[in-house]
Design a protein around this ligand. Structure first.
Ligand SMILES: [Zn+2]
Length: 214
């Protein structure tokens, strides 16, 4: 390999160190997981939650759960690239044809704390695949809630009800909106977002997530 080529590949490696998204085992090329992790990822069937079609790249848990938690809580925004590849594959398989891609927003306070919205990073990876523009500020989170992790389904729903707001009345009139998030758990967040989008005129709402809790 010419020196120039080596330098280029070294720079690429620095930008996106090739490692398994779940366990950092070295992997080559465009793989997301090492072989052992890849074999442990389970499919998630397409489903509907609160009138919203949900497409997930896989079932939450195992390596996929590890990868999502690392993206979110371990300051690993770089993992949006490989996990975005999983979203792109799921979007193509499901033939999603939205007018607009909208990441589930974080409350501004949480955004400052984390430094990035993982859902927005993921959404950026799919816009070209679904050939629709990204809308980063049409849907906003107006209420900050504690983490949903330790709440049951009813408490989660109460926790996020009214937490989302649409800028501009009928801002989504007639549009097929694709929401993007890292995980769909009980669907409480999804349902709260969908309520706000439908109230603003959205024709349909679908959700594309990396993982769904079965
Ligand atoms: Zn692995």
């Amino acid at each position: 390999m010419a020196i120039q080529g080596q330098v280029f590949s070294a720079i690429l490696d620095l930008l996106s160190p090739p490692g398994c998204a779940a366990c950092d085992a070295p992997i080559g090329g465009r793989f997301v997981f090492c072989q052992a992790c890849a074999e442990a990822v389970l499919e998630s069937p397409r489903t509907r939650v609160a009138g919203v079609e949900v497409v997930a790249a896989g079932a939450y848990g195992g390596p996929l759960g590890d990868a999502v938690r690392r993206l979110k809580f371990s300051d690993r925004p770089d993992l949006a690239r490989p996990l975005g590849e999983l979203l792109r594959t799921a979007a193509l398989r499901s033939r999603l044809k939205p007018d607009l891609v909208v990441p589930v927003p974080l409350h501004p306070g949480r955004l400052i704390e984390r430094g990035y919205n993982q859902a927005a990073l993921l959404a950026r990876r799919v816009v070209r695949t679904v050939a629709a523009p990204l809308d980063l500020d049409g849907l906003v989170r107006i209420r900050s809630n504690g983490p949903q992790t330790n709440l049951n389904a009813a408490a989660r729903a109460a926790n996020v009800r009214g937490a989302f707001h649409v800028r501009g009345r009928l801002a989504f009139a007639g549009l097929h909106v694709l929401l993007v998030d890292d995980v769909v758990t009980t669907g409480a967040t999804l349902s709260a977002c969908a309520t706000a989008l439908f109230a603003a005129g959205a024709a349909t709402v679908a959700m594309l997530a990396v993982a769904r809790v079965e």
